[in-house]
Write a protein of this length. Sequence first.
Length: 169
Amino acid sequence: MDYFTKHKFLVAAIIILIIVNLGTIGIILFSPHPPFPPNGMKPGMQTPPQGMKFFEDELRLNGEQKATFNKSRDEHFAQVKGLIYSMFKARADAYHELMRDNPDNKKADSLFEVSGKLQIQLDKMTYGHFAKLKSICTKDQLPAYNKLLEELTQKFQGHDGPPHPAPMQ
């Protein structure tokens, strides 16, 4: 007897499983999704606790400073989490307009404007967060704070950005 006739059920089950797997892979790869997860963090970004430990170590924060910074950090992340998600969602929605047969350029412009305004809000909130951090630093910690801030601003610019002004002394 032929192997395939003898095992019709197994062959059919294997074919069905292959189709289901290919369909699942297709859905994962081609379904529209926001560019970042709902928690607002880019893939590969440091999680907040690691970032906090980094600041504590670099600035040598004392117990009271750590508590103040921890509270400020938690408030900051709570405020910006949804903002980041909304900002990147607006950008993604604008680019999705290009997938339409007749893209609505006015709608895309409007979404980019929303994204830009959210970016300004985010920058102001982040600035305020770092201003709070500076306010809890002692005079002896300020050089380390300034050095850290300089390194962060260079990271924000990326390698192809304009030249960065010399740090203030």
